[in-house]
Design a binder for this molecule. Structure first.
Ligand code: HEM
Ligand code: HEM
Length: 255
């Protein structure tokens, strides 16, 4: 009996093998790219009074992206769930305990350790993001001098974890002789087999990008209007009063 090609096509859902397997969906990749860029931008503009508004805007974008990722991690598809990260982390204690026992081969242990280190770095970045944004908001709104130091320490702590994240990617790429950064860009890993991601959801990635761009445009306009509308109590109004064109005591440039 001849096989029915139509039935075969339905049964075998695999795509042409050349493309590889889709393992990271578009919204996660878009989140990652924007999260990394907003962090880099906020860090680069942190030091200077001149770039303060840009720093704060990038910080808001960063915080908003965290909110998106948490929602997507709670309501989104299985492969993007935060529960997955939690499960990877909760293996840590067992992994440490099993070290002396050496029940599994050293290579397996070593590989589990590498994955655990990456999961730890990711969890630390996500966990630091909220207190960093809140302390920044508090600094901006002058909740207290101590917050400024807290904010700076948290910013530098996150930088340290980001550098560890990048070092791990380089290290694992060398150890595994395979570019570990690529899946976060293309969404795919080489090889055949079923896709981990059922639906790419490019529309949601587009929506996320659009939201960030719209917020950026709004902040830009707001900043351009600022000198005329200082003191209106809007969140972007500089509480130090720099925007009003007044010499601020903070600046130390009174003469
Ligand atoms: C060019 C620089 C970067 C590259 C190549 C890169 C690459 C990657 C890769 C390959 C993963 C997946 C790791 C895994 O699951 O095993 C990942 C995840 C992640 N990275 Fe990066 N990363 C970069 C910069 C950053 C920066 C600057 C941040 C934070 C400010 C960051 C935050 C994250 C987060 C939060 C995840 C988890 C993603 C999720 O599942 O939602 N990354 N990154
Ligand atoms: C990715 C997120 C952020 C990072 C990495 C970051 C990092 C930093 C760092 C390292 C500093 C210290 C600069 C220095 O004095 O040497 C700083 C200062 C500051 N940040 Fe952020 N920040 C972020 C988000 C925010 C947010 C969301 C806000 C406000 C809503 C904010 C408001 C401020 C303000 C007002 C200062 C100046 C403190 C001062 O008067 O010296 N930041 N930030």
């Amino acid at each position: 009996m001849h096989a029915n090609p139509a039935v075969d096509a339905v049964a075998d859902r695999s795509r042409p093998p050349a493309a590889g397997r889709l393992v990271v969906d578009a919204p996660t990749r878009m989140f990652h790219a924007l999260f990394a860029l907003s962090f880099a931008g906020a860090y680069a503009t942190a030091d200077s009074e001149h770039w303060r508004l840009l720093h704060v805007s990038l910080g808001y974008v960063f915080a908003g992206l965290l909110g998106f990722r948490v929602l997507y991690g709670l309501l989104g598809p299985r492969q993007a769930r935060l529960a997955l990260l939690w499960r990877r982390l909760s293996g840590a204690a067992a992994w440490l305990r099993s070290l002396p026992a050496a029940t599994s081969p050293a290579a397996v242990h070593w590989r589990q350790g590498q994955n655990l280190a990456m999961a730890l770095a990711i969890a630390a970045m996500l966990a630091l993001a909220l207190p960093l944004a809140v302390s920044g908001y508090g600094t901006w709104n002058e909740w207290g001098d101590a917050l400024e130091d807290v904010h700076e320490v948290l910013g530098n702590a996150l930088l340290a974890v980001v550098l560890a994240h990048l070092a791990l990617i380089v290290l694992l790429s060398v150890l595994r002789r395979q570019n570990q950064a690529l899946p976060m860009l293309t969404g795919r890993v080489a090889g055949s087999g079923p896709d981990l991601v059922r639906r790419n959801r490019a529309w949601l990635a587009g929506l996320l990008l659009l939201a960030v761009l719209a917020f950026g445009a709004w902040q830009w306009q707001d900043a351009a209007r600022r000198p005329a509308s200082a003191g209106d109590g809007a969140s972007m109004t500089d509480p130090h009063g720099h925007d009003a064109g007044r010499a601020s005591r903070h600046d130390g440039d009174d003469d």
